[in-house]
Ligand binder design. Structure first.
Ligand code: 5AD
Ligand code: SF4
Length: 446
């Protein structure tokens, strides 16, 4: 009998990747994925704790799920409810207390134990909490990914030892761990054999990668990229998320020497003020960041940059915020994410004295986002009239257009008829851009 699992995911690419891997583990147990929570035999909420309201969101989702679980119980059937991800890691006990009908609470390092936990729930009818950091890395126990997509993700490292003073990741995801290069190459090979044309190497600190091979050698990310670039069928390589401190010379050179390395880099700077960068424990200055960008652009002049920004970090003055605005103007970003500082319990910044009023954060975010939007718009509009290579996705259900991305991550739509879709899937084709808005572009094949 097949069983249904419904997985809802919040947060970063790493969480999306983890959800995919959980689905893979469960497939081996006879679970098929379902878009609907209703009638599912297993519901997993894969949560994110990076900013506020994560726990509130989770509890309101759980509240909505409860009647469905009860309806199933009334029919004599069981709906197992699991909470995974970083909220589970940080607030496992609280979840069990406030929502005792949650059967399984599992942290990001224990997904490979999911089958065991499900069996235990089925046997004992009690709740299971597993938020350990087990010594055996979960990656060794997860099956190879089964999903076949044009654009695939491979986690190469996880966790973080940087301890930026605002961030929960070092606490919820644990210490930095790099997978052995052989395991990554094997996974990437399986993905390309399944039709993947683009691989994004994932990690909270992807460029801190230092995997140990079976012969005891330590591989850098640049070496791994060089190796992966040889994979037959692979057209594009990307990485996410990088830290300015770990951008080594060899990785910069990879942007120059490896044509499959896409000219797009997500390199969060967080703030343009040295005072704030220091208080954030970022261990780089605004000038370090700018020099790094200069070196990258020297070897790859068409490199598009993206960043994360936090406004309203404790103690941020108008001058500090002005320094961030100035840095944005000086560097120029193709795309960015910006957030109001959010107090995360247990992090050093949460107990800093000079917290910034919400209103000030709102105003600063508004101002920063207007500038970032202008830059993004300018970047996209600069493509109008140009012919660029677009890698088309598996355009499943859309009827009148196909979707793909430029080397710089911009979404591009090309008008088609439904019958033509298969001819586009997984193909890289030249498209002349006719129109560009903030969030997408339209064009036609040349
Ligand atoms: N408040 C606001 N933004 C945060 N981020 C991480 N922690 C916080 C926080 N406490 C942002 C950072 C990071 C991105 C993933 O989330 O900009 O790069
Ligand atoms: Fe968080 Fe800083 Fe680590 Fe990024 S580098 S995950 S912001 S602690």
């Amino acid at each position: 009998m097949t069983k249904k699992v419904h997985i809802k995911t919040w947060g970063c690419q790493m969480n999306a990747y983890d959800s995919g891997r959980m689905a893979d583990v469960l497939k081996a147990l006879g679970y098929t994925s379902s878009e609907e929570a209703e009638d599912a035999d297993l519901v997993i909420f894969n949560t994110c704790h990076i900013r506020e309201k994560a726990a509130q969101k989770l509890f309101s989702e759980l509240g909505r799920l409860r009647p469905l679980q009860e309806a199933k119980a009334a029919k004599g059937e069981r709906m197992i409810v699991a909470v995974a991800g970083c909220v589970a890691q940080a607030e496992g006990k609280e979840i069990q207390r406030r929502a005792p009908y949650v059967d399984i609470v599992l942290g990001p390092q224990t997904y490979h134990l999911l089958p065991e936990m499900i069996a235990k729930v089925a046997r004992e009818n009690g709740g299971v909490l597993n938020t350990d950091f087990p010594p055996e890395p979960k990656f060794d126990y997860l099956p190879e990914p089964s999903a076949c997509a044009t654009s695939a993700f491979v986690a190469v490292q996880e966790g973080c030892d940087k301890f930026c003073t605002y961030c929960v990741v070092p606490y919820t995801r644990g210490a930095e761990y790099s997978r052995p290069p052989e395991a990554i190459i094997k996974e990437a090979l399986a993905l390309t054999a399944n039709g993947a044309k683009e691989i994004t190497l994932l990690g909270q600190n992807v460029n801190a990668y230092h995997g140990e091979s079976s012969t005891g050698e330590i591989w850098t990310l640049a070496r791994l990229i060089e190796k992966l670039a040889d994979l037959p069928g692979l057209l594009r390589l990307r990485m996410m998320t990088s830290h300015p401190r770990d951008m080594g010379e060899d990785l910069i050179a990879a942007f120059r020497d490896i044509p499959k390395m896409m000219p797009y880099l997500h390199l969060p700077v967080q703030s343009g003020s040295n005072v704030i960068l220091d208080a954030m424990n970022r261990k780089h200055t605004r000038d370090d960041y700018k020099r790094l960008i200069d070196r990258l652009r020297a070897v790859r002049p068409d490199l598009a940059l993206s960043s994360d920004f936090i406004v309203g970090f404790p103690g941020e003055t108008d001058k500090d915020f002005g320094d961030t605005m100035k840095l944005v103007r000086e560097v120029g970003f193709a795309q960015s994410y910006s957030f109001k500082y959010s107090r995360r319990p247990g992090t050093p910044a949460a107990s800093m004295k000079n917290q910034i009023p919400e209103k000030t954060k709102d105003n600063r975010l508004h101002e920063l986002q207007a500038l970032l939007r202008d830059q993004q718009m300018g970047f996209n509009q600069g493509m109008v009239g140009k012919t660029v290579p677009v890698l088309f996705d598996d355009n499943g259900s859309r009827k009148t257009q196909v979707f793909g991305r430029t080397p710089w991550m911009q979404p591009v739509y090309v008008a088609t008829t439904a019958g033509e879709h298969a001819a586009f899937s997984g193909m890289e084709m030249n498209v002349k851009i006719a129109e560009a808005t903030l969030n997408n572009m339209k064009g036609s094949l040349v």
